[in-house]
Write a protein that binds this ligand. Sequence first.
Ligand SMILES: CNc1nc2c(CCc3ccc(C(F)(F)F)cc3)c3[nH]c(N)nc(=O)c3cc2[nH]1
Ligand SMILES: [Zn+2]
Length: 374
Amino acid sequence: MNLPGTFTLGPGDGSARTGRLTTAHGEIETPVFMPVGTQGTVKSLCPDDLRTIGARIILGNTYHLYLRPGDELVAKMGGLHRFMAWDGPILTDSGGFQVFSLSGLRRITEEGVTFSSHIDGSKHLFSPEKVISIERNLGSDIMMVLDECVPYGADRAYTEKSLGLTTRWATRCRAAHAPLDRGQLLFGIVQGGFFKDLRAESARQLIDLAFEGYALGGLSVGESRAEMYDILYDATPLLPADKPRYLMGVGAPRDLLAGMAAGIDMFDCVLPTRNARNGTLFTFQGKVNIKRAEYREDDSPLEADCPCYACRTFSKAYLRHLYVARELLSYRLNTLHNLTFFSRFMAQARQAIREGRFEAFRTAMEAAYPETDA
Ligand SMILES: CNc1nc2c(CCc3ccc(C(F)(F)F)cc3)c3[nH]c(N)nc(=O)c3cc2[nH]1
Ligand SMILES: [Zn+2]
């Protein structure tokens, strides 16, 4: 059994690569898509569902779980794995991003981020030390450092200043997390906005801190696809090749393909779960908007060769009915299918990389997901 943090590269195809990451709760085959489980649950699914759909690692959120039910309570309940009965790997984000997207009245100082809870308005401080303490209480297998996700459009001066703070915070996170005491891995997050030289500066500073993995942050924040890809292709090769590379907040099928082509190993995105709520379903032939009238009397399954419970059991007509009637079962079935698709998509991508036919796979998938559609 390898030590947590062991990352073994398998066959590659160009810059795309396969790998295997050992965590304290099992091994992950990469490239991997990680379902978002913000408040200790992947919405509408239970742990058995996650195993059935092939989820290997899920995301949890420091910001949300700290505010409710509280990281101390989760620790008292035996940690997040036991609390939510998920025995596979869990990655927790540091909460910095969520503070900026959710809470009001926030201030950044050298000490950390002060903010008011979006739940009850109470005041809080996230310092690097505090965030590490929360993630350790949650017992996550992969912890992200506290960083500032620079807003899209920030100028060079602001971006450069923020980059320095993010590195100082990363240094404090590294110091606060006794190395691998319980097999919990710590990933650094590269910032630098849309300035290639600042990205290189950020990567260089973080590599010196020898994290167990490296994330590209500050992307998928409202920029155009071209702007994201420009940074993605320039910055990814700067990250250590022998460590896992995580592209935060990405993405749609087209973006997963671009990320894998650039050498990214780990992805997360709310699309499969969030789009399940608005009836957008992902298939290997492209997106299906289940609410469309054309499915009203369509007795065929959503995707004939999909192994998910929704496709094996129900017709498009029924899935459409549930959606139109706003039935709870609609969300659950749509989520089961979408996450099954993302899991199968990544499995087929891994196989294509192993067999040296990734570009052909990418071309075929991009035909089903044209630029406009993502
Ligand atoms: C959507 N675009 C995006 N998401 C981004 C995220 C959040 C990723 C995340 C992690 C966990 C969850 C959980 F709810 F499931 F827990 C949900 C989302 C970022 N996170 C940090 N730390 N730095 C970044 O610079 C950054 C940039 C990001 N662009
Ligand atoms: Zn299905």
